[in-house]
Design a protein around this ligand. Structure first.
Ligand code: BT5
Length: 236
């Protein structure tokens, strides 16, 4: 996956650069990588701390699958990132649906998928050798978890391999094989969640991933329903 890699010492955000290149016609598989970001971002306007030692990258995709399936790409990228980390470090991150990777309960990586002007950009941030003092308290890095020999560059190479594989599987076969590979990595089944839909707040317990990648929740009322990422907050 990906023949073109655009590398930068510092960018505001690899997401912005990827969208700009996509607008100019950059092809599927183009990677944008920065050593640091000054305005790294998470979901919903949140900030992504991006000091030296992390991998900050965005991949331009031009999927032809139906629009409704695009959010699944966060899970495709999360699975690939978890496997890349495992390959290089033997650490085994769990996935906190829909877009966090955790080791020992702390966040080591995050995924951000944005669709604009017919291109989709998948952004991946991984704390590799990052000094944990420069991260939020609920975060960790691979080095802090014992993986001293790895580097952002090695992670990028492994990520390109795994994401290339799983993206091709998803493009051809859809979500079913991804779901199969992901389920054992999701560490929070059974845990409490709140759901916000419009003005309603509901509570329940996370149960499973459905065929579309939505979270299946058993509501406290006993009913089981699937919810999209924007609706659910995990409480732990
Ligand atoms: C995410 O958002 O987890 C998606 C992060 C995506 C970052 C990549 S880096 C390359 C590309 N370029 C960008 O500008 N972004 C993408 P979210 O679920 O909203 O989590 C954000 C929250 O994670 C923050 O509010 C903090 O609590 C926490 N956080 C911030 N920086 C962190 C870090 N480096 N490691 C772990 N947690 C962090």
């Amino acid at each position: 996956m990906g023949f073109a890699i655009h590398r930068f010492k510092r960018l505001p955000s690899t997401m912005e650069k990827a969208h700009a290149l996509a607008r100019k016609g950059a092809g599927e598989g183009t990677w944008i990588v920065a050593e640091t970001q000054t305005q790294g971002r998470g979901r919903l306007g949140r900030k992504w701390n991006s000091p030296l030692g992390g991998l900050y990258c965005s991949l331009i995709l031009r999927p032809t699958r139906p629009q409704a399936e695009i959010p699944q790409l966060a899970l495709v990228a999360g699975l690939a990132a978890a496997e890349a980390i495992h390959d290089l470090t033997r650490l085994y991150p769990s996935i906190r649906w829909p877009n966090d990777l955790l080791i020992n309960g702390k966040k080591v990586a995050g995924i951000l998928v944005e669709a604009k002007d017919k291109a989709v950009v998948a952004g991946i941030g991984i704390n590799v050798t990052t000094d944990v003092k420069k991260l939020p308290p609920e975060a960790t890095s691979l080095a802090a978890c014992g993986a001293k020999k790895t580097s952002p560059d090695k992670l990028l190479a492994a990520l390109r391999k795994h994401l290339g594989h799983w993206y091709a599987v998803w493009a051809e076969e859809g979500f079913a094989p991804i779901r199969q590979a992901l389920r054992s990595r999701i560490g929070h089944f059974g845990e409490p969640v709140t759901i916000t839909t419009g003005r309603q707040h509901l509570e329940g317990a996370a149960q499973d991933l459905d065929e579309q990648g939505r979270l299946v929740v058993r509501l406290d009322s006993g009913i089981q329903r699937s919810f999209e990422a924007g609706e659910v907050t995990l409480l732990r």
